[in-house]
Design a protein around this ligand. Structure first.
Ligand SMILES: [Zn+2]
Ligand SMILES: [Zn+2]
Length: 179
């Protein structure tokens, strides 16, 4: 007989909900002639963000969830946070690069039945404030570096180049990350 901890039970419900939301987006993906994303799901997110979506051109996307927050706000987490993160992956699959919580993402949220999506992630209770900031993964020759949006924009505009302090190679864009 195996004992399932409370955390494992919550994680299982989050996984199920994630699969449900991905299936619910199947029609949207078909309309855009893209495959439904097949994310790796992890529960290793800590700190202030409830969830994080990460998508790359060549690897499987990843969804990371914060069990500390899920434990305290399970209902909202299942009803909103999962949809919020899945919507990032669907938006990326269907529309490519967009503003993280822009019109395309909000339309996916509306498709999920969540029209007031801006209130997502608002676990302002209990002193948890959730930042909505996007970061950008860049690669060098030896590892991955996270750049802020400011630096990312400088890279795009060509006004700055960043190099890895270890291998000295110029950083190249790799993955997008959104909370
Ligand atoms: Zn390097
Ligand atoms: Zn988000």
């Amino acid at each position: 007989m195996s004992v399932i901890s409370a955390d494992q039970a919550i994680a299982a419900r989050i996984r199920d909900k994630t699969q449900q939301m991905l299936q619910r987006a199947a029609g949207l993906c078909a309309a855009h002639r893209v495959a439904v994303p097949d994310p790796v799901i992890r529960f290793d997110l800590r700190g202030q963000a409830a969830g994080q979506a990460r998508w790359c051109s060549r690897e499987r996307p990843t969804l990371r969830y914060n069990l500390d927050i899920a434990r305290r706000h399970e209902f909202d987490f299942l009803e909103r946070t999962v949809a919020h993160e899945v919507a990032h992956l669907i938006t990326a699959a269907c529309h490519g690069r967009t503003r993280p919580h822009g019109a395309e993402w909000r339309s996916v949220m509306a498709h999920f039945g969540i029209p007031d999506a801006s209130r997502c992630h608002d676990y302002a209770l209990e002193g948890i404030r959730v930042k909505r900031q996007r970061r950008w993964d860049y690669r060098c020759g030896c590892s991955t570096h996270e750049l802020s949006t400011t630096r990312h924009k400088r890279m795009l505009a060509g006004t700055a180049r960043y190099h890895c302090p270890r291998c000295r190679r110029a950083l190249q864009p790799a993955c997008s990350v959104a909370d």
